[in-house]
Ligand binder design. Structure first.
Ligand SMILES: Nc1ncnc2c1ncn2[C@@H]1O[C@H](COP(=O)(O)OP(=O)(O)OP(=O)(O)O)[C@@H](O)[C@H]1O
Ligand SMILES: [Mg+2]
Length: 1564
């Protein structure tokens, strides 16, 4: 089984190694080998990279159950946990480391099971304010961060709930903060009652409320500290005594569930007496002496002979008179004040100081040596002063200082004392007096504070502030006693822890075997039993010859044997002995044991003191025999005698008594640790702390729990963290089954875990093992997911690359092809060019050849032709000559022939012409022929002119005809045009007519439609109305039936039926009545709406003058009759129940006429008399205010302003009437009564709507009065007084109304705060609305699997918003003035923001980033709501919370992230940011914040640490701003039907008769 302890060590495992400076340092394993049955593990130290080797024989390891292996480091999630028992590997190193990282994060408190470990911060921390106390008040311990207040709260609640006395045991070494812690705890008790009562109350209340008894209890602290504390090297305010204070509580008479402080009882232990006479270097005596020296007034200074502190031997041995940062004079004032508060009179105080002064003088008595004998000068000033102050005879005093008397059996021998003896005697008398003075102060404080001894039901909480385990270089009797006390306390502590541990196992019903733990009983027995060390010491002290040497011999003889394991005799020296305490072996020097134990003064000195003339001294040194101190021995003081109790026995007895007391109480433990010796803030000295953890028993308890089952978790908690360690097929909805599956699968081997009823228990290391398996599994899962996602990514990448490559290839190929093509193209071109050139050349050559050939041919041919030509030319020339010759001969012949023919022709033609000429000559000689031709020509001319005339005539005629025709045409045209215009005109007229007709038709249709619609609507309305009437009637009938049934039941029931049933019935009847009332009120509204409708639609057409609002309309009559019938029904119902009808039915209708019927002559007097009527006032107070049935705010609709009945208006109207009639006194009285009634009504804050309604009415009244004031005529001479007094009254009333308004506002807000107190945290902080971000605490995996998820928060954000909406609606319903409702809502949002923020800052294990997201969502819902409701400015109050939530979600991994956080969260101060970051709780997948980052943050925070407050102030609400009264134009004088106001009605109608100055408007 144990070998798997070894298995956990794998490569990379982190373990702790001892280090001289750091205590332990972390190392990571690099190699593990087993050679020759020897285990060798190699590690490297993380911080230095050095190698560390662990070697051990396997057999040896096995023998030790593998406990020698280097202690393992816890997983980071567990480290820094606020409870050390949550650590899975529980050992010194882990505990030390956890405490260290918390302390360095400036978290000073840590739990270790039931113990609170408190590290001294050595700096003022702002974690003790009233705000913080408020956070802790009433909350369970595990909910918030570890704190003193959580322990105190637990004790307080347990005392109340379980009725068991409690004790809080504070221990630790000197300077660790015990006293400081005890004081905080006491302060908590003094205030807690107030805090829980006024969770939402104001801080000033708290500050002022601590009553005198609580003050008195707290003032015991400065008194005890002045007399019992001093400056030491270890602590500037070191308590030099042990203190156990019981704070007494009693039930409050008015509230038996809560308790209040009634007193206190103090017990002190072992005051360090030697300090009075000796202080080591740089230490001081008790504070009171320095306070006295610094602050005594001149007169007392002279009287007591007080000078500067360094003039006194008892004060100047340490050479230090002041403490840094402490003003002794101020402290003296505080001490004196404390004494006065406790009840010690000023004269007694000065008596005390007188004794103190005397002691100082005693120290200054000079003892000289005169030949071996001690000598004191008779005129010694100090001796004189001391004797004077103590009231003793100086000679006697001197004598008994330097002489000693030895009493033998037969005689008394007086001899000289030597110097040493005299000094011892002087010092012991001083010590004796001081210790008695101290006891006397305790006694007097007790008598003043413990008045409740008689009360039986009183309980107490004891706070024990006692020195922790001490060991120095030289340890003496004091250390022996202290360590003995610590042994006893430790035993009690371990037993208690052990008992609780076993109790849990039993409760969970797991099988467990008895845990073995080292009990220190034998050590205690050795000290206190019969013949124990104390017994031997006492025996030796009582022997006259008793001495330290003989005592040590006796001790060696008695305990120096092997059987006494707790005692050891040192090897060297015979003056020491060693006791093996639970914490450490301590070496005690025997020297001084006897002396210190005896601690007595001689009989003679005692006698001298008893004979003192100073009465107070006598009172002080006479100590009543207290049972614990005296026990079997006779009283000290005067009695004397041989068997005086020794210090040891006194201490032992008081210790035993203390133990008895503690055993009867339920203990709580606070262990204070001093982190460093230098008292520097937040420095951690590991070795020191480790020692203290051992000494205070924390490690011992851890051993106990490690022996059992140190780790325990509830099933659901466990399963939701480790469920994925088993396959999903094994997931069960029952957490226990799932847990079982997980542990069975994961944890192999026997006896490593146990399943209880609700929890699973693990042996040490198992949880870490599970955590390791979980993280491995987690890594595997993550790797798998990474693998898949990387593959997908790579695939995508590959595809993309392939595509790109193809693209590139294509492009390149294209390019290459193009290139090839181009070159081919060029080649072809070249060839072509070549061809051309070659062709050209060939052609050229050919041409040359051809031309030369031709030339040759030419030449040849020319030669040939030339030859032929010349031959042919000869032939041709011969021919030509022949031709020319032959032509010449032909032409000569022809010409001769022609001349011969022409001569023949001309001779013939001459002969013919001469013959014709002779004929013509005969013809010309005849004239008649000529005249005939002339006549012929003339007739021809005449004929022609005649035809011309005829033509002309015809032409004229034709043109005339044409003109007439034209004329005709024109006339025709004209006619046509005229006709055309005529026809046009006629056509347009007709069109107009048609259009008009059409329009009329459309309008008619439309009006018909609307009419139809209206009718339909009206029908609908009527139907609806009928329905509602039917509904109401059935409801009334139902109620009637119910009532009848109940009545019958009542009748049937036996007469002496128990009152409970009667009460229940009564309640039911009341609720029915209320229901009826509501129905009636609702009905009222529906009727109003109908009425309005009718008025608008029908009456508008036929407006009726409505002279008075008194119901004239039909609808009003209808509603009247309805209400009458409703009232009758109610009356019947009430009657049938046999009760008076007063409450429900309106009073029997007194006819208005009854009052109004008056003589006409009295008309003028009438209003005044009516206004004076007492009944009127009663009616106003009773019907309008106290018993007014306020119309309930409807959830669906908001009634119009007119529909809300504001009594303020009627009241205002009455006031104006009173003003009108100059009845100022009456007005004042009436107003006063009205205001008182309003106050009484509203200050109950039972229903929101009452407050809202009256706040609104108050405002209305204020407005009405303001308007009335403005309308008041300027003072005119005759009745100036009246006007002035009226104005004055109105002014005072205005102021009073403001006061009432403020009261309602504050009261209401307070009420809301109370109501919101329980809602805010669940709704804003815990509510998880976003399903994707659910945190484990409330459901986690279970909410996903099973319906029965762990309880989600009680209130959701929706509920909160509903609450706000409802409130806002209520306020709107009553038309509350806008700025007022705005202020109310803003204030509530501020309360929400501040409370939620403060809670978040104190909550432990809560601040994850998921929470941040959830909270942000919730806040944004709130913001949305604000903007939606027009109060965007209220969101400012949510900003801090928003930023805090944002902080949780931001990255926190690097220094720049931190910068970013500071930038984003600019509204938070560095202290708050630091707190939030240190609270930040890494969730599953997150790693915790690194220490370096936290260091950066705390450095930033350190700058303003003192000024910054951690929490926001809940009580610093902005001042209420009064709304400006509005100008009321119309005073509503409408009296609704459901209210019966005969007198007011009468006043109203009377004023109509007489005519009122103030306008009144009827309701519409
Ligand atoms: N919670 C605290 N916050 C701030 N300072 C503290 C706190 N607790 C202790 N200190 C500081 O440590 C000093 C010593 O504390 P305290 O007097 O309570 O120690 P002690 O344990 O009572 O010592 P002794 O045994 O000597 O009386 C105080 O004076 C104070 O300066
Ligand atoms: Mg102390």
């Amino acid at each position: 089984m144990s070998s798997d302890k070894l298995e956990v060590y794998t490569k990379g495992t982190k373990a702790w190694f001892k280090d001289a400076q750091e205590g332990y340092i972390v190392a990571t394993m690099v190699e593990k080998t087993i050679q020759d049955k020897k285990l060798i593990m190699k590690f490297t130290i993380d911080s230095t990279n050095k190698e560390e080797k662990f070697e051990q024989l396997i057999s040896k390891l096995e023998a030790n159950n593998y406990d020698d292996l280097p202690p393992l480091k816890n997983p980071p999630r567990l480290e820094g946990a606020d409870d050390l028992t949550n650590l899975s590997y529980l050992h010194e190193a882990a505990v030390l480391h956890s405490v260290r990282i918390r302390y360095l994060q400036e978290i000073i408190y840590t739990y270790s099971g039931l113990v609170l470990i408190a590290m001294n911060p050595f700096r003022r921390m702002n974690i003790y304010t009233a705000e913080i106390m408020r956070q802790y008040a009433g909350r369970p311990r595990h909910e918030l961060e570890p704190h003193l207040f959580a322990i105190a709260e637990e004790a307080y609640r347990k005392m109340i709930n379980e009725k068991v006395n409690q004790s809080i045991i504070v221990s630790g070494e000197s300077g660790a903060g015990k006293t400081q812690s005890a004081k905080y705890v006491m302060r908590y008790f003094a205030t807690v009652d107030e805090l829980s009562a006024s969770r939402a109350g104001s801080a000033t209340d708290i500050a002022n409320s601590s009553t005198s008894i609580e003050d008195a209890v707290l003032s015991t602290n400065p008194i005890m500290e002045a007399f019992g504390n001093s400056k030491t090297t270890r602590n500037d305010n070191s308590s030099r005594f042990g203190k156990y204070i019981e704070i007494l509580f009693e039930k409050k008479p008015q509230d038996p569930t809560s308790v209040t402080i009634v007193g206190a009882r103090i017990r002190t232990y072992l005051l360090e007496r030697s300090r009075l006479t000796f202080q080591p270097d740089s230490e001081r005596n008790y504070h009171i002496f320095y306070q006295l020296c610094a602050a005594a007034p001149a007169a007392e200074r002279a009287e007591l002979g007080i000078g500067s502190w360094d003039t006194f031997f008892y004060l100047n041995q340490g050479k230090t008179g002041t403490v840094n940062g402490v003003d002794d004079a101020e402290e003296f004032a505080i001490t004196q004040k404390g004494m006065s508060v406790v009840g010690i009179s000023v004269s007694t105080q000065w008596d005390i100081f007188k004794i103190c002064a005397a002691l100082l003088h005693i120290g200054n008595i000079k003892i000289t040596d005169s030949r071996g004998a001690a000598q004191i000068d008779e005129n010694d000033h100090a001796l004189g002063m001391a004797s004077k102050l103590l009231g003793v005879d100086p000679a006697e005093f001197r004598k008994w200082l330097i002489k000693k008397q030895i009493t033998t059996r037969s005689e008394k021998i007086i001899s000289d004392a030597n110097t040493y003896q005299a000094i011892t005697s002087r010092d012991s008398i001083a010590k004796y007096i001081y210790s008695l003075l101290f006891d006397w102060i305790v006694k007097i404080v007790n008598t003043k504070l413990d008045s409740s001894q008689t009360s039986k039901d009183g309980r107490f909480i004891g706070v024990l502030d006692i020195y922790g385990f001490e060991h120095f270089q030289k340890n003496s009797f004091e250390q022996f006693c202290i360590n003995y006390a610590n042994e006893k306390l430790q035993q009690e502590f371990t037993r208690h822890v052990f008992k609780l541990e076993q109790e849990e196992y039993v409760a969970e019903q797991i099988s467990w075997s008895f845990i073995d733990f080292s009990d220190n009983q034998p050590c205690i027995d050795m000290i206190e039993n019969k013949l124990g060390i104390l017994d031997l010491l006492d025996e030796e002290s009582r022997l006259p010859s008793g001495a330290d040497d003989s005592l040590i011999t006796k001790l060696y003889q008695r305990f120096g044997t092997a059987e006494h394991k707790f005692f050891e005799k040192p090897r060297f020296g015979q003056k020491e002995f060693v006791i093996k305490h639970y914490a450490l072996d301590v070496n005690y020097q025997i020297e001084g044991f006897i002396e210190k134990n005896k601690d007595t003064v001689s009989e003679e000195q005692l006698k001298m003191l008893n004979e003192s003339s100073f009465e107070f001294l006598k009172e002080v040194i006479y100590i009543e025999p207290e049972p614990e101190k005296a026990s079997p021995q006779p009283p000290r003081g005067r009695a004397g005698g041989n068997k005086k109790p020794t210090l040891g026995s006194i201490f032992k007895n008081s210790l035993i008594k203390l133990m008895d007391t503690l055993r009867q109480t339920n203990p709580h433990y606070i262990r204070c640790i001093k982190p460093n010796q230098a008292k520097v803030a937040f420095e951690f000295e590991a070795h020191n702390v480790l020692g203290q953890l051992v000494a205070c028993g924390v490690l011992e308890t851890i051993k106990i729990s490690r022996a059992g089952y140190p780790s325990k978790q509830t099933f659901s908690e466990f399963a939701s963290r480790y469920y994925f360690l088993v396959p999903s097929s094994q997931w069960k909805t029952d957490p226990k089954l799932l847990t079982e599956n997980i542990v069975k699968t994961v944890i192999k081997g026997e006896n490593k875990y146990e399943l209880g009823l609700r929890k699973v228990f693990f042996r040490a290391g198992q949880l870490a093992y599970l955590e390791k398996v979980r993280s491995e599994k987690f890594t595997a899962i993550v790797t798998f997911i990474q693998k898949c996602s990387i593959r997908t990514l790579r695939q995508k990448q590959y595809k993309k690359m392939k595509k790109s490559a193809t693209l590139i290839q294509t492009a390149y190929r294209g390019f290459a092809a193009r290139k090839l093509y181009k070159s081919m193209q060029q080649e072809a071109a070249a060839i072509k060019i070549q061809t051309c050139i070659r062709g050209a050349l060939a052609r050229k050559k050919y041409k040359a050849i051809r031309s030369s050939t031709r030339k040759i041919q030419q030449a040849w041919r020319r030669y040939v032709h030339k030859r032929e030509f010349f031959k042919n030319r000869g032939e041709k020339s011969a021919l030509r000559i022949q031709k020319v010759w032959r032509g010449y001969k032909a032409r000569k012949w022809y010409k001769k022939e022609i001349r011969k023919i022409v001569l023949v022709q001309s001779l013939y033609r001459r002969k013919i012409a001469i013959r014709e000429f002779k004929a013509l000559k005969i013809e010309a000689r005849s004239v008649g022929k000529l005249k005939e031709t002339n006549y012929k020509l003339e007739s021809k001319v005449f004929e022609l002119s005649q035809s011309l005339d005829a033509k002309k005539k015809e032409n004229v005629e034709m043109s005339k005809h044409l003109a007439s025709l034209e004329e005709q045409l024109a006339s025709l045209r004209e006619k046509y045009q005229k006709m055309e215009t005529d026809s046009k005109a006629k056509g347009s007229g007709a069109q107009e007519e048609t259009a008009e007709l059409r329009k009329q038709l459309a309008a008619a249709v439309e009006s018909r439609d609307t009419l139809v619609k209206e009718t339909e609507k009206l029908h609908g309305m009527i139907r609806k109305r009928d329905d509602s009437i039917n509904h109401l009637q059935t409801e009334v009938a139902n109620s009637q039936a119910e009532i009848k049934r109940m009545k019958e039941d009542l009748k049937n029931a036996p007469k002496q039926e128990d009152t409970a049933t009667v009460n229940a019935l009564k309640k039911e009847v009341a609720s029915l009545r209320e229901q009826m009332g509501r129905l009636v009120a609702g009905k009222y509204r529906t009727d109003r709406i109908t009425e309005k409708f009718l008025n608008n639609d029908y009456a508008a057409a036929n407006p009726l003058p409505t002279p008075a609002p008194v119901h004239t309309s039909a609808a009003a009559r209808m509603s009247m009759s309805f209400f009458e019938s409703a009232a009758q029904v109610t009356a019947r119902v009430a009657e049938s129940l046999g009760r008076s009808t007063e409450a429900l039915a309106p009073e029997p209708k007194r006819k208005v006429q009854e009052i109004v019927i008056e003589d006409d002559t009295e008309q003028k007097e009438r209003p005044i008399r009516m206004l004076e009527a007492r009944e009127l006032e009663d009616e106003v107070i009773d019907s309008l205010i106290t018993n007014l049935r306020i119309p309930l705010p409807s959830t669906q609709t908001v009634a119009t302003r007119k529909e809300i009945f504001f009594p303020a208006h009627l009241i205002g109207y009455l006031l104006s009437e009173l003003l009108e009639h100059k009845m100022i006194d009456r007005m004042r009285d009436l107003l006063n009564h009205i205001m008182r009634a309003i106050q009484q009504l509203t200050m109950k804050f039972e229903d929101d709507y009452v407050s809202a309604f009256w706040l609104s009415n108050n405002y209305e009244l204020m407005s009405v009065i303001k308007t009335a004031r403005l309308r008041l005529p300027r003072p005119s001479l005759p009745n100036q007084d009246d006007e002035q007094s009226a104005s004055a009254v109105l002014q005072t009333v205005h102021v009073d109304l403001k006061k009432v308004m403020l009261e309602i506002y504050h009261g209401w807000i307070k009420e809301f705060k109370k109501r919101l107190a329980n809602m805010i945290v669940p709704a804003v902080i815990e509510n998880q609305s976003l399903p994707g971000y659910i945190c484990k605490q409330s459901g986690g995996i279970w909410s996903q699997w099973a319906a029965k998820s762990a309880a989600t928060s009680q209130f959701s954000i929706d509920q909160l918003l509903n609450f706000l909406s409802k409130l806002s609606k209520t306020m709107r319903c009553y038309y509350m003035e806008e700025s007022m409702s705005r202020q109310i809502l803003t204030e509530l949002l501020r309360v929400i923001g501040v409370s939620a923020f403060n809670h978040l800052l104190m909550r432990k294990n809560f601040c994850t980033w998921k929470r941040g997201v959830q909270i942000q969502y919730n806040v944004s819902r709130l913001e949305e709501w604000c903007t939606g409701h027009g109060i965007a400015e209220a969101t400012l109050h949510l900003q801090q919370l928003m930023q805090a939530a944002k902080l949780l979600t931001l990255n926190k991994t690097s220094a720049s992230d931190i910068e970013m956080i500071f930038d984003v969260c600019f509204l938070l101060n560095p202290t708050q940011i630091k707190k939030l970051l240190s609270l930040y709780y890494a969730a599953d997948f997150d790693s915790p914040l690194s220490t370096e980052l936290l260091k950066i943050v705390s450095n930033r925070a350190a700058v303003n640490e003192k000024l910054d407050s951690l929490l926001l102030d809940l009580d610093s609400s902005p001042e209420f701003i009064y709304p400006e009264p509005r100008n009321v134009k119309h005073i509503e004088k409408f009296i609704p039907a459901w209210i019966d106001l005969p007198y007011i009605q009468a006043v109203l109608s009377a004023s109509y008769g007489s005519g009122s100055a103030v306008e009144a408007s009827p309701p519409q």
